[in-house]
Design a binder for this molecule. Sequence first.
Ligand code: C2E
Ligand code: MN
Ligand code: MN
Length: 400
Amino acid sequence: MLSILVYRSRLSRPLAQDELSNLVDKAAKRNQENGVSGILLFDGEHFFQYIEGPDKALKATYEHIRSDPLHHHVVTLLSDYAPSARFSNWAMQLIDARDHSNSIVEPISAGLTTPLPSHDRALKLIKAFASGRWKDHTTDFVTQNWQFETRPSGFETLAEPINSILPCQFALQPIVDPLRYTISSVEALIRSATGGPPYTCFENLPATEHHLFDLESKRNALELASRLNIGDCKLSINLLPMSLVSIPNAVDQLLANIEKFGLTPQQVIVEVTEEEAISHFDHFELALKKLRSVGISVAIDDFGAGFAGLSLLAKFQPEKLKIDRLLVTDIHQDGPKQAIVKAIVECCKSLGITTIAEGIETPEEWLWLQAAGVELFQGFLFAKPLINGIPPVSWPILTK
Ligand code: C2E
Ligand code: MN
Ligand code: MN
């Protein structure tokens, strides 16, 4: 099977013209031996490469490139399959994009085995490179300049779980502003009486009781927040949208518990997943109106993982939008994820919605997203959920 791959990268150090030519000659030789062909565009600072070849050989070639210290910030832009090679005569052709910024198609066409249709994605990407459109400001952040330092959250942990008739407890995970060293809110994640994950809290209940249990369990989350004295910090709770819809007076019940534990509606954020919200939107809209009218804010959870993302956002704009971990993982190396997240951030900026990135596990992911304009972050890099308490947070410190 013939695979194709397009990536871009940044040169890690200045490179003289003949050193570059030598490197390209070596790569061409290696490619020829492996049945790989392609083009290498260069603009003095960045590389943009199109390579094609048998699946295995192409993977090995890409691995080689990624481990080459000359390439920084390697980002995959396209990874696909094609019926036949496009540049079978070019084991590796270097094209200086600065010489051809008006008509990059011409020098490329010279090497094509068969002409490319103008809608071809690889061709469109090549044109975007030549016009400088894809240049990535976010690569200016250097991971090595940051160190992480763990500091206690300053909150106590309860010695005993909350005494409740409901067989559940909550783990709390901070959502942070890493550059201001502040915890914006803590998210309450449900756990079974023995500390088991969320699904174990629901699996033994009949389906008809899921929504009621979901709503009632929030009593324990609110009591926990109150006992820990969360102060200025907000509490995010997860609710299935249908828990707000199918239970009469759900919002009043929630409000009564908020007041009972001495919290205010302004301290509470309800996170809903988009998937359930869209199927009963009329009812859901009513519940949302009620939440809003009492001062509780709403966040759309797992944005980008479900099926209703944009259509839900067109109908309803929450205070906060949480970008799902699926889009976050390895974003610093993934062109399609970068393009999608940039568009989400841009869209939220226009709508006045705060963006949160979930599931941050590495400094690279955080730095890329921070530079792209995401405001708040949640993930194991900063803090793991802690049962009945607020965990210490690992804060980034700029060392250079
Ligand atoms: P969620 O609301 O998106 O919560 C985030 C989940 O991602 C949590 O898993 C958290 O432990 C995990 N997580 C946080 N940071 C990272 C990270 O850096 N890497 C990885 N791999 N995971 C990370 P958890 O606690 O197992 O919860 C799973 C889901 O269960 C939640 O996803 C939420 O949809 C649901 N859930 C939790 N509590 C409740 C609840 O009270 N009611 C309802 N209806 N659903 C709940
Ligand atoms: Mn959530
Ligand atoms: Mn989520």
